[in-house]
Design a protein around this ligand. Sequence first.
Ligand code: FUL
Length: 482
Amino acid sequence: MITRRDFLKTAVLSTLFAGSQFNLKAASSPVPLPPLPTPNHMIWQKREQYMFFHFGVNTFSDREWGTGKEDPKSFNPTELDARQWVRAAKEGGFKMVVLTAKHHDGFCLWPSAYTEHSVKNSPWKGGKGDVVKEVSEACHEFGLDFGVYLSPWDRNCPFYGDSPKYNEYYKNQLKELLTQYGKISIVWLDGACGEGPNGKRQEYDWDGYMKIIRELAPDAVVFSDKGDVRWVGNENGLAKDTCWSLYNRSVVEIGGGVQAQMGQGDPNGVDWAPAECDVSIRPGWFYHASQDDKVKSLSHLLDIYYRSVGHNCCLHLNVPPDKRGLLHENDVARLKEFRKAIEENFKTNLAAGKLCTASTVREKSSKFAPQNLTDGDRKTYWALDDGQVAGNAVVELGKPTTFDLILLQEYIELGQRVSEYHIDVWDTEQEQWKELIKGTTIGYKWILRVPETTTEKVRLVIDNARACPAISSLELYKAVYK
Ligand code: FUL
């Protein structure tokens, strides 16, 4: 806990310090280093975590991939309550939800005018129901953003494989989803592709799809191998130990398999396409009663959190509604635990308001002082001079302090810059710095898990960067939940 006295002391010290070391004249900010995030990227990144709902005929057939031959009458949730889903997402700390409006089986959760294979031919609500509407309305009510997954692969559509005709069909469905359900914040497109009944492989019109999305959903980011947000390359929810938001869309084939680009990104990438880590809370994406006792443990979810949100990505956690049309009690309980654990673990920033010094400060300006690292404001940052890609900042904790989590943030509005760094801690007995951990990328947020460490001083040493670093946060925590 930071007491008011601690805070005032730090404020006075830093003012004195600022007066003696810093120029007061106006200083120039570092020049942004492309590629840069768009405003939609920033909104997406700040959500940090959002939820997936896989729901459809597979929920009732107990399958993961439907054949497309399912009877629409099989879709019959008895107690569907989209508000329960969205409330659980909100209470779990998730900021947006994404619904499988259509999965590979082609069954539509809304009464599309372009097919009979939809809720309108199901017994649910006498064929008058619309799951997309119910979920989008619940999101608006609870203040969560909403997005859709419209699978391009469609195993029901009779003219899938007749490429131009199917593309037209798909675009019409996109138009329905993007115009009838209020603001759409993400369009989630996977690259799965197959052959149609005519034996031909469907050629998707990605450019045409994108054009429609840009026009009808200007607030949406597109998740796709060639979209605004890329896949991290696995379905375990885990990013690599290096993760750039920079990427080269031109070298990636949609649905073309896992590439190094997806996992780590590319420091020389010309596109800003940060990664999403998608994973299900259960083994399957769809609900299976046999998996009720296989809901991921709290420690597993925390590990995923540290390696997704804490590795410069967003976490997209799937929680599949069951045959009743409700999120299962086990999943809801785990979501509550997860929220509580994250809140507790990040409740007390032990570095908040602590005095910081640095090897160098951009233009010796107080605007770029290291004090910005601990001021709790992501928009202020410690920066070095142009051309300077190495330097260090020290946080004086004032007393022996124990932590096991280090949280770093770059001011990514200027681009992602840092490529190599390490953290040192002061060894009081030996009166010297000791290296605690090395890192590569930081980006929007990087969380380092370290053994429980007690020290009075922590030093962030930037060893290399694409351009002068601009670091907005250095926070320290002691985890309550492991
Ligand atoms: C994949 C699909 O094949 C899975 O069924 C699931 O929907 C996953 C999120 O995306 O591409």
